[in-house]
Design a protein around this ligand. Structure first.
Ligand SMILES: Nc1ncnc2c1ncn2[C@@H]1O[C@H](COP(=O)(O)OP(=O)(O)O)[C@@H](O)[C@H]1O
Ligand SMILES: N[C@@H](CC(=O)OP(=O)(O)O)C(=O)O
Length: 453
């Protein structure tokens, strides 16, 4: 049995939904179909999820919502009309949207989560209606009905273990299941979304819960490539990579698969295959526990912007027991997540995502607090950083990867601000100025993927 997830680009209009139908119908093993909300139809288009977020903000700020609500409704209505669906689903989605806007919510957070979740929820109902009307018996099942329980802590949504037991019961459903991605329900029965791109996580949770043989993730590219195709033109395709490699690469910027989708798949050892909805005959990319490492030792090069570093300098820091712990405690008191901590003898740097600060004043006051409480000689920050990551299981047994990478970066005139090797030895991280990202990735790609050809 397969769990088959389709991303927003695969469901952006009626033409795409017809392709999705053909793909599902072609394989009786495609029992559970996870859908995203309609995504972009062309590059300047807006995803329904982004419009729902704007709509929630308008409601919060007491602005007029008529125009945006009509635009959201129109996206669904255009698809319904073009697919020739009957009135029932049209009325159902209109009513769902009306009810969503008219309901009262105990907090803005609850309102926002409900609005965001409606994008996938209405689309799942639409897709189920289309499948049924075209002779493929299908059933829309919501996270409420299935018991996909989640909890939200510090703005982070996690699946609860009992969700897996609940989801197992879906095995008995005879029809194809059409399941909305991106959200679960809290114990208080409120809808809670995962982070952006989170329908990938729903697919992985269902794959574990239903003990699927394969998790198929359909998107708009032929495969996962060795570098982001938005940065490197026509990068090399990756045929096979391990869960661990993908986890590192997706965390570091390969947005094609959400990095949190790896954990459920790893726990249940369900392989993932990423495929193109527009060319389903292609084999795409397989992600599984192991792969043969002799064909290539570097699998991919990823990058991500939006980081900053806070550096703390103090003479004899290395002799002060618990110094790093104290610094991290201050960060956690402010609810700040620190992603990397490169250290020297008299200096440490805290690398974190910059969007965690609400204002420049918050940043300044944190720097002062760190200086005072740690009695540091100097505390300073650097913004607009990008992190580059080179990933490959083969790095463990290959000497000279760091030298090769640094030579490539030096040749491109890139100033390195940080270097860190993952303790698993399958990844290497470099901090650079965000403005140098494209040049750095291009140079690394040329060195590792083109030089030997
Ligand atoms: N290394 C990579 N390989 C393939 N695609 C990548 C990579 N890095 C980033 N991407 C981007 O991921 C996109 C697909 O992910 P996403 O936009 O979430 O699709 P979906 O709409 O299917 O959820 C691709 O269009 C591509 O631009
Ligand atoms: N629609 C949500 C969830 C998602 O996974 O979407 P997509 O499959 O289009 O990345 C988002 O835009 O974040």
């Amino acid at each position: 049995m397969k769990i088959t997830k389709f991303g927003g680009s695969s469901l952006a209009n009626a033409k795409q939904i017809k392709k999705v139908f053909a793909i599902v119908k072609a394989d009786p093993d495609r029992k559970v179909v996870v859908v995203s909300a309609p995504g972009k139809r062309f590059s300047a288009d807006t995803k329904i999820t982004d419009n729902l977020i704007k709509l929630a903000e308008q409601v919060r700020d007491g602005q007029d919502t008529d125009h945006l609500l009509a635009a959201i409704e129109e996206r669904y209505m255009d698809i319904i009309a073009e697919l020739g669906l009957d009135q029932t689903i049209k009325v159902q989605i209109e009513e769902n949207l009306k009810k969503m806007v008219a309901s009262s919510y105990s907090s803005y957070d609850q309102l926002l989560n409900t609005f965001k979740a409606s994008g996938e929820d209405n689309n799942a109902q639409l897709v189920a209606a289309y499948f049924n009307q075209n002779g493929l018996p299908s059933k829309y099942i919501s996270p409420e009905k299935a018991g996909l329980y989640v909890s939200a802590q510090n703005g982070h949504t996690h699946v609860l273990p009992e969700a897996y037991t609940n989801l197992e019961k879906l095995c008995h459903v005879q029809e194809r299941i059409i399941f909305p991605g991106f959200f679960g329900i809290s114990k208080e029965k409120h809808r809670v979304t995962f982070s952006r791109g989170g329908s990938d996580i729903t697919g992985a949770i269902l794959a574990k819960g239903l003990k699927a043989d394969l998790y198929e993730n359909f998107t708009d590219v032929d495969a996962i490539f060795a570098a982001n195709p938005q940065i490197v033109a026509q990068p090399q395709k990756i045929n096979h990579l391990t869960y661990q490699e993908m986890r590192e690469l997706s965390y570091a910027g390969f947005s094609v698969l959400h990095h949190e989708a790896l954990r459920p798949a790893i726990m249940a050892n369900v392989p993932i295959r990423v495929k193109n909805t527009n060319k389903p005959e292609l084999s795409g990319t397989l992600i599984s526990k192991t792969r043969a490492t002799n064909d290539y030792h570097i699998t991919g090069i990823a990058s991500s912007r939006g980081f900053m570093s806070i550096s703390i300098a103090k003479y004899l820091m290395n002799e002060e027991i618990g110094f790093v712990a104290k610094a991290l405690k201050i960060m956690s008191e402010h609810g700040l997540s620190v992603e990397h901590v490169p250290t020297g003898i008299d200096e440490i740097s805290l690398i974190l995502r910059a969007d965690q600060f609400k204002s420049a004043a918050d940043e300044e006051s944190l720097l002062q607090e760190l200086q005072q409480r740690l009695q540091a000689d100097k505390v300073y920050h650097e913004k607009e950083l990008a992190l580059l990551m080179i990933v490959g299981e083969g790095m463990v047994s290959t000497v000279g990867t760091a030298a090769k990478a640094m030579t490539a970066l030096a040749a491109a005139g890139i100033n390195l601000k940080m270097i860190d090797q993952g303790s698993s030895e399958i990844s290497m991280l470099f901090g650079i100025d965000a403005a140098d990202e494209k040049r750095a990735i291009t140079s690394l790609y040329e060195t590792f993927f083109k030089a030997n050809k």
